[in-house]
Design a binder for this molecule. Structure first.
Ligand SMILES: C[S@@+](CC[C@H](N)C(=O)[O-])C[C@H]1O[C@@H](n2cnc3c(N)ncnc32)[C@H](O)[C@@H]1O
Length: 225
């Protein structure tokens, strides 16, 4: 890789950019490469969700396109470091396809799998995600609040800024929760939801206050019987 494109979400999540740069320092130290920052304005919370996401993705798309045109020569290779694995709640692959569709720049690309926070969560709690022959739903906090679909007993929740697990209190679920997984700040809490719910809400709020941001994900598992 000659040029790494690194999306910069501003001060709050500067740590996420630092982690990528640390990965490069450790694992690409022998190579000669440049890092090009792409500003990511994020989603504008003042406009409707779908419209805000569309606007944000267009900005990001143009950022990638511009960087490929101006920063990467025809015989060079660019790399994008994606958080976790790009197959889960990540727009990078959609954006790359859209850049190709717009036809301003031509390239081939491949995807190298990463380790998703979901897999770190399962490993840290030493659990499989599914029960024998069972299904697992991977969803967002927003969707969880709309209600669990019929027959779903195991659900992984990501992108939850609002402690949506509280909607299942009193319904016989266990929770396996993790924040800042795979980092030195990692926090793990597990147990019957009704018993640990207050602890998670409090620990989450304190951690978010302390660091200015939080990434957490969890598995909710309906208790047997
Ligand atoms: C935009 S998605 C990216 C997911 C990423 N592609 C992955 O494979 O983990 C961000 C969400 O993933 C989860 N997440 C990402 N990194 C995490 C971490 N280190 N610890 C806990 N949850 C994390 C959180 O639910 C967060 O809201």
């Amino acid at each position: 890789v000659d040029v790494f494109l690194v999306v910069d979400k501003g001060d709050v999540k500067a740590e996420l950019v630092d982690v990528r740069q640390e990965v490069l320092r450790r694992f690409a130290s022998e190579s000669v490469y440049r890092i090009v920052d792409i500003d990511d304005p994020g989603r504008d919370p003042s406009i409707a969700y779908e419209a805000a996401v569309a606007r944000w993705h267009l900005d990001r798309l143009q950022g990638f396109e511009q960087a490929l045109i101006t920063e990467v020569d025809d015989d060079q290779c660019a790399g994008i470091l994606v958080w976790g694995d790009p197959s889960l709640y990540d727009s990078t692959l959609r954006i790359v396809e859209q850049v190709l569709e717009r036809g301003q720049v031509r390239f081939q690309y491949r995807v190298i799998p990463g380790i998703s926070s979901v897999h770190v969560l399962a490993a840290r709690h030493r659990i499989p995600l599914n029960r024998i022959g069972g299904s697992v739903l991977v969803t967002t906090g927003r969707r969880l609040r709309e209600g669990l679909p019929e027959g779903i007993d195991d659900v992984v929740v990501m992108l939850d800024a609002q402690c949506s697990f509280t909607v299942l209190v009193g319904q016989d679920f266990d929770i396996f929760w993790g924040a800042y997984l795979a980092s030195p700040d990692e926090i793990l809490i597990a147990g019957p939801l009704d018993e640990v719910v207050n602890q998670i809400v409090q620990v989450r709020s304190e951690a978010r206050e302390r660091k200015g941001w939080i990434f957490d994900t969890y598995l909710l598992r309906r208790q047997e019987g």
